[in-house]
Design a binder for this molecule. Structure first.
Ligand SMILES: [Zn+2]
Length: 83
């Protein structure tokens, strides 16, 4: 069972889940994922765009929403030489 844990950067609740390559992905526990459904109004001859909530178990990487995301990406890089 997935266990939500607090992000070390911002404290928001996230899931740590490994992908099929074994890399840990940090995902928001809520899924604010939407898709744009494109239809066509044949009477008016114009496309119709409709926002709809993505169905299924779809999550957003926490790096997209974490205010401290740059902290994590910086910590993975080698220390820059400022000499
Ligand atoms: Zn965070």
């Amino acid at each position: 069972m997935l266990k939500p844990v607090p992000c070390r950067g911002c404290g928001k609740t996230v899931y740590f889940v490994k992908d099929k390559r074994g890399k840990t992905q940090i995902l928001d526990t809520v899924a604010p994922v939407w898709r744009i459904k494109i239809g066509f109004d044949s009477a008016k001859g114009v496309p119709i765009y409709e926002a709809e909530r993505a169905s299924g178990d779809t999550y957003v990487t926490h790096f997209a929403t974490c205010p401290k995301a740059s902290f994590f990406s910086a910590s993975k890089k080698e220390v820059p030489s400022n000499a």
